[in-house]
Every structure is written in structure tokens, then in C-alpha cells.
Design a protein around this ligand. Structure first.
Ligand SMILES: [Zn+2]
Length: 92
């Protein structure tokens, strides 16, 4: 891993902005929850309420995990943005 420096003040105290991870997590949770909801609706039709509930929960959790993973990967590959902790400058 390369050492990055702030282009403004030269500080090495920088952090990834992590927007992709957050976006991926909420997006994944939303999609997972939605898929889980659809599964729950389908389950309700056949009267499996308990199965539907766990289906929604599992969809939400797996969606959040998947979204977090994808978001991290997106952060690494595309939206690699950094923020300087000393001067607050954001850069790529
Ligand atoms: Zn700086």
C-alpha cells in the first residue's frame, strides 16, 4: 500500500472518504430488504409467516453485507477519495 500525502499541506494523516462503502451498505440493505419483502409477500401467500419474516431479515442482512462489500470494492477501484485530517482538503 502506497503512502499518500495531502497535496495541500503534505500531511500523511489522511483517511479514505468512504462514500462508496456507506452508499453500498444502504443500497444493499435497501435492495436486500426489498427482495426480502417480496419473498415475505410470496411466503404470506402460502401462509408461511415465520419463514417470510426470516426471509426479509436475511435479505436485509445479506443485502447490507453484500452492499458493504461491493461499496468497499467500488471505493477501492473508482471513487478512491481521501480527506486530509489536518487541513480537511479532499482529493483523489
Ligand atoms: Zn492537508
Amino acid at each position: 500500500m502506497e503512502i499518500r500525502k495531502c497535496p495541500i499541506c503534505g500531511s500523511t494523516r489522511i483517511k479514505t472518504a468512504g462514500n462508496g462503502t456507506k452508499l453500498g451498505t444502504s443500497l444493499g440493505a435497501g435492495i436486500g430488504g426489498f427482495v426480502g419483502l417480496l419473498a415475505r409477500r410470496g411466503a404470506a401467500v402460502v401462509g408461511a409467516a415465520a419463514g417470510g419474516f426470516s426471509g426479509g431479515l436475511m435479505g436485509l442482512i445479506s443485502g447490507a453485507i453484500l452492499g458493504n462489500t461491493i461499496g468497499s470494492a467500488v471505493d477501492e477501484m473508482f471513487t478512491k477519495s481521501w480527506r486530509c485530517e489536518d487541513c480537511g482538503h479532499a482529493f483523489k
